[in-house]
Design a protein around this ligand. Sequence first.
Ligand code: GLU
Length: 393
Amino acid sequence: MKKRDELDPRIERCRERVRTARRVVIKLGSRVLVQHAGRPQANRIRGLVREIAAFRQEGREVIVVTSGAIGSGMEHLGMKRRPTSLPELQMAAAVGQCRLMALYGRLFSACRCKIGQVLLTHDDLKQRARHLNARNTMLAMLRAGIVPIVNENDVVAVDEIKFGDNDLLASLVVHLVQADLLILLTTADGLRKPAGAGRTRRVAFVGTVTDEVLGLAHGKGGELSTGGMASKLQSARAAAQTGGCVVIADGRRPGVVSGILAGRDVGTLIGPADDGGALNGRKRWIAYFHRPQGALVVDEGARHAIAEKGKSLLPIGIKAVDGEFGVGAAVDIRGPDGAIVARGLSEYSSGDVRRIMGRHTADIKSILGAEACEEVVHRDNMAVAGGNNEPAR
Ligand code: GLU
């Protein structure tokens, strides 16, 4: 008898989407790429590169998000332990990144496939001009048949401009280039759940990454899954929100990429959100590439106008302001119950919003003494959370 998650009618539809995916982001985790001591797993990487190049040669587009720079640098520099000081970590990344690229260069060349290096920081994708530039560069590479190899620019990234981890980076690359499939390769064969008698079994399909699913990687089920599964599920949830399918699978298994792309039952397949893909490019940028600097808490009338009627946020509907922010900052708009209604760019600083909140638009000029915008957050600068389309954290 088929297992329950094998009977979900959506699974065949998702597998078909995976089989026919045109643009794929493949994230290779550090533990897939480098041995415990940090030495690159050359044979394994060769196998993955062959599979990726074969896919590219079918005329489909692929972007690799790679980790492993720091590990590979540590090995080359003879560092026994991960350095604790930032300059030393960044030094290891600088050394390791070019070793990794040299290896990728050799292996892809042997498959007659061209590659290019793309190093990004969170800041690059937050600034609109640089965001569009990174997107255009990557799209040009894809049109030219080049495989972009993306990593965080670890050499300059400090906490404020860091992505966090490459799982998050991979989901942002999916949003940046509008990929239809994200493959997260790790050292686990997907998500696992308890199957009684202390055993676990692989979850073949997840329709939606709910809090319950996240709980399999966190909370009590934590010891059942390998480290990092929570961040993979967060990344999967974000990618699914704009209509992508996601597969989390064991990158150490020979043939894993071809198996996934052939639509076989490998790892855990995660389906796209029902309303996925509804956000245009600018709104995706607002929803996923900003960290909110504060929040505007609105009354029920404003929540309804934004969520149901497609309206902007006016001062009259604002009840409270959380945090301190300047003009143009990204803010969350929260309903009376605290739930996120939207994320948008504020036309006013937090101080000015506090002065005009609850007041009519016609009063703005007399309160602030200047001619200004009628809306606190204009509709064009707002990504509304709808069902699974909630802006990423
Ligand atoms: N950028 C880091 C590296 O290349 C990896 C970060 C991650 O795997 O999350 O070493």
